[in-house]
Design a protein around this ligand. Structure first.
Ligand code: AKB
Length: 339
């Protein structure tokens, strides 16, 4: 007999930490965690099985298919935007090839179980793309179906995988002899930048905000790599995790599309710097612009419209910038770096 479980890839990443903790608390499901690296001790104790391996390893995917019955797959593994620009080929392999492997696993599972497997895919504001700052400033707050012209490898990968999710849900093997059946239930969120009190992201381009905050809390000097007026949306990690679990729990009848924007606050780099200084008045934060990373952030929206998520599954972040700092980030950071 195959064992019932849920699968989380990229489990040791920033989002994996939060999701494993939340899912463990929520319903004590058997979590199978897959990552290239061993899980940190804090989450290792919360999972049923920990697998160290690569999502590109077909043998491993087949082994998972043989041993488990997954009703839900959270496919978090990815190379983020800055890393992807340095290694575009590797990024394509992992972000697209890896996703294809997981979608195929979900299809196999859905077919053998006779029920669609729920599949969560974290997409990103990087799927949007502006030709330059003028277009970005004119566009303002944007909806899901506009400006999908990514200029980064990561953005291209994410946008394509959103489409693959749709394809696998609605048109997979449409010319086959079998009558079409839905084997997967694909749901995706386009995340803005995420700020966690527990971890610092690596390889992303929205990293200037969490890096600035963690450096200030540690008492380290920080030079921000984008201009003062740079603006994209952000969210705290607890709100990001809550969005995932809420979307995945939502009744299918209430879901009107496969991909949703969410956002909470959209400070400029300088507004965030001022907020950090309110809490850490001795912080030394300057600017040292990296023009090429600046261009990447300039191609992303200043803010997104999350009204569809609000309407379909009552999306509402707990934290705005003030409460996120006061109630979550600053107390946790004080505890982590000063106790
Ligand atoms: C990145 O910076 O690559 C990510 C993202 C915006 O999706 N945080």
């Amino acid at each position: 007999m195959r064992k019932s479980a849920i699968l989380i890839t990229g489990a040791n990443g920033e989002m994996g930490h939060g999701l494993i903790t939340a899912l463990h608390k929520k319903n004590n499901v058997n979590i199978v965690a897959l990552d290239l690296n061993p899980l940190d001790d804090s989450i290792s104790v919360l999972v049923h099985e920990e697998l160290i391996g690569n999502i590109l390893d077909q043998g491993l995917i087949e082994q998972l298919n043989g041993e488990y019955e997954f009703d839900t797959i959270y496919h978090l593994a990815a190379l983020l935007s800055t890393r992807a620009e340095f290694s575009p080929r590797a990024a394509h392999d992992v972000n697209v090839g890896g996703t294809l492997n997981l979608l195929n696993l979900a299809i196999e599972q859905g077919r053998s179980q006779g029920n669609p497997v729920k599949f969560f895919f974290p997409s990103s504001i990087a799927v949007y793309g502006f030709s330059g700052l003028d277009e970005k400033n004119d566009a303002g707050t944007i909806k899901e179906d506009s400006y999908r012209n990514p200029t980064t490898m990561y953005g291209c990968n994410k946008l394509y995988c959103e489409h693959l999710g749709n394809y696998y849900t609605n048109n997979y093997q449409r010319l086959g002899a079998e009558k079409h059946q839905r084997y997967i239930d694909f749901r995706s969120i386009r995340f803005p930048g995420i700020i966690s009190s527990k971890t610092i992201p690596t390889g992303g381009t929205s990293d200037y905000i969490p890096e600035m905050l963690h450096a200030a809390a540690k008492g380290e000097v920080y030079n921000c790599f984008v201009r003062e007026d740079t603006q994209i949306p952000f969210i705290t990690m607890p709100d990001a995790i809550c969005a995932i679990t809420t979307l995945m729990d939502a009744l299918e009848a209430n879901i009107s599309c496969t991909v949703y924007n969410i956002r909470s606050f959209a400070p400029t780099a300088e507004e965030f710097r001022q907020k950090v200084l309110e809490h850490f008045p001795n912080a030394e934060i300057g600017y040292s612009i990296t023009e090429k990373r600046q261009q990447m952030v300039d191609s992303w929206p200043a803010d997104t419209d999350d009204s569809m998520a609000k309407k379909d599954w009552n999306w509402k972040p707990v934290h705005d910038l003030d409460s996120g700092m006061k109630d979550y980030l600053v107390p946790d950071l004080q505890q982590m770096y000063h106790n």
